[in-house]
Every structure is written in structure tokens, then in C-alpha cells.
Ligand binder design. Structure first.
Ligand code: SF4
Length: 358
């Protein structure tokens, strides 16, 4: 074989699409099977050949496989718990919305920086709730309380529901409900590209779907287990063509060697990949990387080889609403990141709105 030929004619690497999540284990909590959605999920679990059990409570789930804490953590992230949402008081969700609407908690992704590592503590399995009607009833009350103000609900505060939609169908129910609410709006963000079940849903422009995007370096280093950038952007094109208000969240914005090139290239690639037809009402949100001392400790245990820079000496302290200091970039770096990325956004998307930088 001619070596030169074999090198130059090497076939392009085939990149496989990111598959929808299939859990390794499933648990059903009491009452879950009294709801049609619980029964539907049970049938799906059986059809996939996923081992499952009944459990008296998600707090009593024990015996997940794994020798070490790390193995148990990884297995927990592949475990689905189907239950009834009892707490129908919604948390606030500033600055992106008024309230967090709870349809699921936990995520199969392995983003090193994810705040669910600390907020979900030692129970990072994926919980989905089957009593959507109760949840929507509570949402309706929150909407009514604020009329004539618009009330926005964020569905991705504690999970990535797009990555679970093929199991639950909950987003479809929320979108359909919100389409008829004059004063209600839904929004959610995702790192997954599995949006096909949402394309045919009647939304009335009342649901904004945002994709989490980042510089190539950040996605490659810190976001295992999520859809690739190209897949997310292709999905964003589908969402735009389905007439949904579209947005992008650049988060977490990370200061690394070469960040200017990385974020400039991100916006350039985004502009090149999105459909050419005018994208009406597109928004950007920008969130700089932050962490707490607890998060740093947990992340270093779970991802011991992470290159995530969490050197407290290089950061500025900021009081967080969870009663802990968080560490953000010093003012000078924040300003440089905000100004540079803002310029890049407006260069490629002059009609876009930037909702906030935080
Ligand atoms: Fe966390 Fe989102 Fe990554 Fe899931 S996809 S691990 S929710 S950051």
C-alpha cells in the first residue's frame, strides 16, 4: 500500500449521533402507576427490557451497583425514578423566569461544572413526575395571581427535560397548556438535540426554547454525555423553523487560554449553521462560570482529572442566595468577557436581544 495515498485518502471519521437516554434501572414510587403517564412509562420500561422495581420512596433506593462512591454516582445517573410530585410550591427562577416548574430532577449528562452535583447531593438519579395535571394546576394559580403581568416558567432548573421527553412527554403537555395561557410563558434550555417530538406541538409562540452553547474547548473538556455542538445547532434550526421563539445560553462562560478565539469562533459557527430565514426575536443569555466551596470539593471527587479551573485565589467572592459564597471572575475579567462576547453576538446577530450577563 502506498503510504501517502493511505494517509491522504483516509476516510472521514464517522461521528455517531448522540442517542436518546435509556436508563439502566427504573424504580416506581407509590401512586405513580395510578396515573396514565406512570402506566405509559412502565410499558416503555418493559418494552426496552429495563430492569425495574417498586420502591416505597426514592429516599429508600439502595443497592445501586458499584464498588466505589464514584461508580455508584455514575450508576445513579443512569437510574430513572418515576414518582408523584407532592410539593406544588414552585421555587423562584431569577433571572430567566419568575418560577421553576418542576417536571423532573436530575440529568444523565456529566457536565463537570453542573450545579446539580451539589443541589441533588448524594441522590443524583433522574426523577420524573407523572402528575402533570396537578403541576399545571399550580402553574395556573401562579399565573392568575400576577395578571396582568406575564408569568414565565422555567422547566429546566433541575434537569434537562428535552433529554427525557421521549420517556415522559411532559414538555409537550406544558407547551400545549401554555399555548392557551394569555399571561403564561414557558421556557427551557437544553444541551440535547432530541427535539423532534416537540416540532408538531401547538405553541402559539408562548414557549421559548434555548440551547446551551459554548466554545469548542468547553464542550470537549467539560460536557461529556451531552449532544455535540453541531447536533444542538441543527436542532435549533428545526425549532426556529417550527416557529418557536429561539434563544441561546452561553454558559458557563469560562476564561481559558485562547478564550477570545474560542468564543469568536462559536458565534461565527452559530451564524453559519442557523437557517438563513430571518430569526425573529432571538435572545442570548450569558452566565459566567461560578462555583461554591462545596461544589469544588464534590467536582474534584467526581471528576478527579477535570481541567476546570477552580482556584479560589483567582476569583471574586459573591454572596449566593443558597446561603453560601460563590466564586465568580474578578470584575476586570467579567467586563472583558461580557464586552467581547456581546460584540461578537451583535456582529453576527444584530437584531438579537441580550437578556442578561450574570
Ligand atoms: Fe447539568 Fe445540564 Fe449538563 Fe445535565 S446537561 S449535567 S443539567 S449542565
Amino acid at each position: 500500500m502506498n503510504l501517502n495515498t493511505s494517509l491522504t485518502e483516509r476516510p472521514a471519521k464517522i461521528v455517531k449521533p448522540t442517542k436518546p437516554f435509556i436508563p439502566d434501572f427504573a424504580y416506581f414510587e407509590p401512586g405513580a402507576l395510578e396515573y396514565p403517564k406512570g402506566e405509559r412509562i412502565l410499558k416503555w420500561v418493559q418494552s426496552q427490557g429495563i430492569p425495574y422495581k417498586m420502591t416505597s420512596s426514592h429516599n429508600r433506593i439502595t443497592g445501586l451497583p458499584g464498588e466505589t462512591d464514584l461508580e455508584k454516582y455514575k450508576n445513579a445517573k443512569r437510574t430513572l425514578v418515576v414518582g408523584v410530585r407532592k410539593t406544588l410550591t414552585f421555587d423562584q427562577s431569577k433571572p430567566s423566569a419568575e418560577y421553576a416548574i418542576p417536571i423532573s430532577t436530575g440529568c444523565m449528562g456529566h457536565c463537570h461544572y453542573c450545579y446539580l452535583q451539589t443541589t441533588l447531593g448524594a441522590k443524583p438519579y433522574i426523577r420524573v413526575y407523572v402528575n402533570t395535571e396537578d403541576i399545571l394546576g399550580a402553574a395556573k394559580n401562579y399565573i392568575n395571581e400576577r395578571i396582568p403581568e406575564i408569568t414565565r416558567f422555567e422547566a429546566a432548573c433541575t434537569s434537562d427535560p428535552v433529554g427525557l421527553e421521549h420517556i415522559t412527554g411532559s414538555l409537550e403537555e406544558l407547551i400545549t397548556f401554555m399555548a392557551n395561557e394569555e399571561y403564561g410563558r414557558l421556557r427551557f434550555v437544553t444541551k440535547y438535540h432530541h427535539v423532534d417530538p416537540l416540532l408538531h406541538v401547538k405553541h402559539n409562540g408562548h414557549t421559548r426554547i434555548r440551547f446551551s452553547i459554548n466554545a469548542d474547548y468547553v464542550i470537549r473538556q467539560f460536557e461529556p454525555g451531552t449532544s455535540r455542538f453541531e447536533e444542538r445547532i441543527e436542532a435549533a434550526g428545526k425549532i426556529a423553523r417550527a416557529g418557536y421563539p429561539l434563544g441561546f445560553i452561553i454558559a458557563p462562560i469560562i476564561w481559558y487560554e485562547g478564550w477570545e478565539d474560542g468564543y469568536a469562533s462559536l458565534l461565527e459557527r452559530l451564524a453559519a449553521a442557523l437557517p438563513r430565514e430571518p430569526l425573529k426575536d432571538m435572545t442570548f443569555e450569558m452566565i459566567q462560570h461560578r462555583f461554591t466551596k462545596t461544589a469544588k470539593r464534590v467536582i474534584e471527587q467526581r471528576y478527579p482529572k477535570t481541567k476546570l479551573d477552580m482556584d479560589i485565589a483567582k476569583r471574586k467572592m459573591k454572596w449566593g442566595r443558597y446561603g453560601q459564597y460563590k466564586y465568580v471572575y474578578p470584575d476586570e475579567q467579567q467586563t472583558a468577557l461580557r464586552e467581547f462576547i456581546t460584540e461578537q453576538i451583535f456582529e453576527h446577530f444584530p437584531a438579537a436581544t441580550i437578556d442578561y450577563f450574570t
